[in-house]
Design a binder for this molecule. Structure first.
Ligand code: EPZ
Length: 453
């Protein structure tokens, strides 16, 4: 990609209005890139600002489209949002109702609107959420969220246009047990319980690092939250919260994706801002596959040390397990490992759709309905195609690919970068939902590609 193309507009560099890339594979990615705050924390931290009486300041905010969606939703609800570099200031002094049509127009394809419910019920006594989007990686229902909100005293009305909620008697603390440690439902409880009247006890909660960072933010705001060793979270409701000042946790999903890109392309990438502690499970697998890494104070260097990559058996799981968002780029590296690898997806029932394009590119991957890991998961008896068997090593060849979802799309990009010949990847705007300035990063790392259109 030449310099003129790159400087076209900043939106283009971010990848927001880019439709397609033509990628010529076979070049190892080599260089240094920087991580910003995690998509799956920053967007929730922005919503938390709604709970305060005073402004909040969030640092290390990435330029991704999910942040833009949440910003738009906050603004139509009266929150004044300003950014200076990667610092965002959010002033909730004038929170107000938004019209259903503007909420629908701003929600885009994000699932974050559901997390506005608790804070808006506290602030305004009502909330509306449109039909939710998000990546198409399974049914992605919101039943846990609605049940949680009902437990707090919300009245939920399903309308043809979306869901309207009211809280005629205010919200009160509740005893909740999640059927599964859902990240979003845990955040729903946190964002609702901190200002509800009385005590909340949440058992079977998710405790991902992004959730612990959200708890740290809420604590800065004045919330009383205790996390027990058995994944029970206890929250004592308070009447008022103040704004926070916080630097967001780095994006470990993005870091893992670039680490896999280094491995699959035979490259060497220093991921600035990545930290060991939140990635230990990933690092163990990376080492087993044959990848090398070096932990520095300011980031982690990932590289392919030469020789054959080794097959592994991996099961995705809730924290501290292997994240479901890490498996897609890893699968590309496993296609190049010598032997049979297995990936058992236990978080989402339908997250192997992306492998079809890899098979078209020459990968040998079979998807099975059986649980092929060491334990039976909740999808095993329900005929979901949720275990992948990957036989390698193969050489991938270029293909025309339409990106299906965020992580699958990134894995397609990595596959194209390793492939012989040219690939045309369209619908790449989806990647900008969660990978900050990925086009610039590809350029910095020496990828050979053109932005089409
Ligand atoms: C979050 O999604 C992340 N998204 C996902 O990241 C991530 O893969 C996921 O957590 C798991 O870590 C954001 O943070 C915005 P869940 P979330 O509720 O909260 C089922 C990415 O690529 N479930 O933990 O929506 C659900 O279907 C993405 O960055 C219900 O059945 O995930 C799934 O099988 C994609 N009913 C499981 O729970 C509900 O009401 C876990 O989902 C809610 C969830």
């Amino acid at each position: 990609m030449n310099a003129d193309q790159l400087s076209a507009t900043s939106a283009r560099a971010i990848g927001l209005d880019v439709d397609a890339l033509t990628v010529r594979g076979g070049k190892p990615l080599d260089g240094r890139i920087e991580m910003k705050g995690a998509k799956n924390l920053v967007t929730k931290a922005m919503v938390a600002a709604l709970l305060a009486d005073t402004p909040s300041e969030l640092r290390s905010v990435p330029e991704i489209s999910d942040v833009r969606v949440v910003r738009g939703l906050l603004e139509i609800h009266g929150v004044a949002v300003e950014t200076l570099g990667d610092t965002m200031r959010l002033d909730p002094a004038n929170v107000e109702r938004a019209h259903e049509t503007s909420i629908n127009a701003h929600a885009g394809s994000s699932r974050i609107p559901i997390l506005f419910c608790g804070p808006l019920l506290h602030r305004l006594g009502e909330a509306f959420i449109p039909d939710l989007g998000g990546c198409h990686i399974g049914d992605r229902p919101i039943d846990y969220h609605l049940e949680v909100l009902r437990n707090f005293g919300a009245v939920v009305d399903k309308l043809p246009t979306g869901i309207r909620m009211t809280a005629p008697d205010g919200l009160h603390g509740a005893k909740v047990r999640l059927p599964y440690p859902s990240v979003g439902a845990t955040e729903q409880v946190l964002l609702t319980a901190t200002r509800a009247k009385g005590r909340t006890e949440l058992s079977n909660a998710a405790v991902e690092p992004e959730i612990l960072d959200l708890i740290a933010i809420l604590q800065k705001m004045g919330a009383e939250i205790q996390v027990d060793t058995d994944r029970t979270i206890r929250i004592e409701g308070v009447d008022h919260l103040v704004g926070y000042s916080h630097t967001a946790l780095f994006d470990r999903n993005e870091a893992a994706s670039w680490a896999c890109a280094a491995l699959a392309t035979g490259g060497d990438i220093f991921v600035g801002g990545a930290r060991q502690q939140e990635m230990t499970t990933f690092l163990n697998v990376y080492r087993k596959v044959g990848g090398a890494f070096e932990i520095e104070d300011d980031g982690i260097r990932f590289w392919h040390p030469g020789g054959d990559l080794k097959p592994v058996v991996v099961e995705t799981d809730v924290h501290p397990g292997f994240m479901t968002d890490w498996q897609q780029p890893l699968v590309v590296a496993l296609a190049k490992a010598k032997g049979i690898s297995i990936v058992h997806e236990t978080v989402y029932e339908q997250r192997f759709g992306f492998t079809e394009a890899l098979v078209d590119m020459g990968a040998t991957i079979q998807i099975h309905t059986e649980c092929l890991g060491s334990h039976a998961c909740r999808f095993g008896q329900r005929n979901y195609q949720h275990s992948a068997v990957i036989a390698g090593p193969v050489s991938l060849r270029g293909a025309d690919i339409v990106v299906p979802d965020l992580r699958g799309g990134f894995s397609h990009l990595v596959a194209a970068l390793t492939a012989e010949g040219e690939s045309r990847i369209s619908n790449v705007g989806i990647i900008a939902r969660g990978y900050e300035r990925f086009i610039e990063k590809l350029q910095v790392l020496g990828a050979d590609f053109d932005v089409d259109g």
